[in-house]
Design a protein around this ligand. Sequence first.
Ligand SMILES: *[C@@H]1O[C@H](CO)[C@@H](O)[C@H](O)[C@H]1NC(C)=O
Ligand SMILES: *[C@@H]1O[C@H](CO)[C@@H](O)[C@H](O)[C@H]1NC(C)=O
Length: 203
Amino acid sequence: MSYIIGTFFILTVELFGDVRTAPVPTVKISQTYSLSLMLQTSSANLLNTYLQYQGSPFSDPGFSAPDLQLAVLPTVAIGFLAWRSMAVEERLSSNIRAYSVYIEFLQLVMDDQSQLNPAAKDLKDALEHHHTHLQGLKSNISEIMTNMGFQVPVVADTISSTSFNVSEFQRKIRGYVFCKELKLWIDRTVRDFQLLKTTFPTA
Ligand SMILES: *[C@@H]1O[C@H](CO)[C@@H](O)[C@H](O)[C@H]1NC(C)=O
Ligand SMILES: *[C@@H]1O[C@H](CO)[C@@H](O)[C@H](O)[C@H]1NC(C)=O
């Protein structure tokens, strides 16, 4: 019996490189990577669909304002070495923290657009699609963290009530910044899961 346990222990160490209390959910990591790839395509379409309904200057050909930011939305920017050397727990936590805010902010954008563009069915569908699958993404990542024995961070309500009474133009801008930054975050999640898949390949 102790011989069997000993062999299993050595195998585990060889497979994962360090001693873990819980097995790494490699299949779940792979599925979450696929989900992030799906969202990468759909978020690029969301940005274009969004812009097309907001009027000038947003709908003008080639419109882009890459430097526009909103303080409430976690920025994706990180140096390559800082990103590459993140621990797995930190990498997954930063995804959970970002998507908690983006999911909450998406509700605000959905409310804005149902007032500004009530007839834009494809935009409404695209926003709802992201609302569903960003929650899916967040809950898949939470499950991976739980399986690996990590603490899932809890993010408190981040949007202040002063956000409710703003001009039409400000609503259009915040929706634009949301779509633009969401796409960048999903690009980062795709890279995060590519790296995790390489670190923990499926058996
Ligand atoms: C993972 O994401 C998918 C797609 O959004 C969702 O249907 C599924 O319920 C999620 N699974 C878990 C365990 O959160
Ligand atoms: C909303 O903003 C407008 C213009 O700034 C102001 O006149 C109005 O009183 C505000 N309404 C509320 C409910 O704060």
